[in-house]
Write a protein that binds this ligand. Structure first.
Ligand code: FMN
Length: 326
């Protein structure tokens, strides 16, 4: 079983942190379907920004089930330490450090995977955060900053050395951004060279991908990001596949419709009318992309700015799609 510090997780399947996606409603849904951990969207290490409307929705929600993992991004050790401390005060059970984001800058400073170039700074940041809090600290990073500079093994060893409790690695370099395919050889090398739990991430789309990557890398867990868009039940499907060896069908169209409607309602409740309708569009689009190739449904649903009308339009669309599938 995968453990992070004192937390033993219910499974080895994790939801990847994704800014603009893994808000509280989506994290809760994925966890209901078997994601054992769902890290928050990244928060800037500059805590003076946490009062903004956007950041307020990103700080941990007290009603969220344990363990709550909060991700912070920044480049100054002292600032990261303060952000980690503040995260714990706000209810984080685990602090996750972002060294995986390919954006050049977070709040006008080098951050995310750009930091991987400077291993001394990496050590200073990790050390500062681990020292600042008495909860487990985890690290999410990429295989390196370019194909000719894959330093993930060194970074993982630094992480283990300073007391990081688990690492998640996306099998791309910073220079790759999201192009091409993830590679798992570097992740396999990392697993062979550290004793802390290692979680593989990148392009895990199906149960067969998951089985192959686990078998190849021998990692302790798998982290899925984009594969959960529009199908949070993928965690349940993967879990069933690992238990039984059978490829399970997705939930029937009625169950999926109920999940979609409940998810949209949760988004409306969490963000309020205006932002809720806007945020929900993204998820509605992903659900529909997986159910139909007809763009007409989205056009009708996206034209409304009222939450009740949005729900009604989605309900109608799902009803028609269900009929066409029987
Ligand atoms: C829209 C989007 C937002 C992301 N935001 C974050 C983030 O806030 N923190 C982070 O560590 N990674 C972030 N990532 C990277 C994902 O966590 C993950 O590493 C990447 O998508 C590869 O996994 P996948 O192929 O399963 O999607 C983001 C990715 C996407 C597509």
């Amino acid at each position: 079983m995968l453990s992070i510090g004192s937390y033993t997780l219910d499974s080895n399947l994790l939801l990847a942190p994704m800014a603009g996606v893994t808000d509280y409603p989506f994290r809760r849904l994925c966890r209901q379907y078997g994601a054992a951990l769902a890290t928050s969207e990244m928060l800037s290490a500059d805590v003076s920004l946490w009062g903004s409307k956007k950041s307020r929705t990103r700080i941990p929600q007290q009603q969220e089930a344990a363990p709550r993992s909060v991700q912070i991004a920044g480049s100054e050790p002292q600032q990261m330490a303060e952000a980690a401390h503040a995260s714990v005060q706000q209810g984080a059970h685990i602090v996750d450090i972002n060294m995986g984001c390919p954006a050049k800058k977070v709040c006008n400073k080098a951050a995310g995977s750009a930091l991987l170039r400077d291993e001394v700074l990496v050590r200073d940041i990790l050390q500062a955060v681990v020292t600042a809090v008495n909860v487990p600290v985890t690290l999410k990073f990429r295989t390196g900053w370019s194909v000719s500079n894959r330093n993930a093994v060194t970074v993982a060893q630094i992480a283990e050395d300073v007391g990081i409790q688990a690492i998640a690695i996306h099998g791309r370099t910073r220079a790759d951004a999201y192009r091409g395919y993830a590679e798992y050889e570097t992740i396999r090398q990392v697993k062979m060279n550290v004793g802390i739990p290692v979680i593989a991430n990148g392009d895990i789309q199906t149960p067969l991908d998951a089985a192959f990557i686990l078998d190849y890398t021998h990692t302790d867990g798998l982290m899925l990001g984009r594969a959960a868009w529009g199908q949070p039940w993928i965690f349940w499907q993967l879990g069933e596949f690992f238990k039984t060896g059978e490829l399970p069908a997705q939930p029937d169209v009625y169950t999926r419709s109920q999940v979609v409607l409940a998810h949209i309602r949760a988004i409306h409740d969490f963000y309020g009318e205006e932002t809720g309708v806007r945020v929900a569009r993204k998820h509605i689009g992903w659900y529909l992309d997986r159910m139909t190739s007809d763009p007409g449904y989205k056009q009708r649903i996206f034209s409304t700015t009222c939450s009740n009308n949005q729900l009604a339009a989605v309900n109608d669309a799902l009803g028609i799609i269900a009929l066409t599938q029987y």
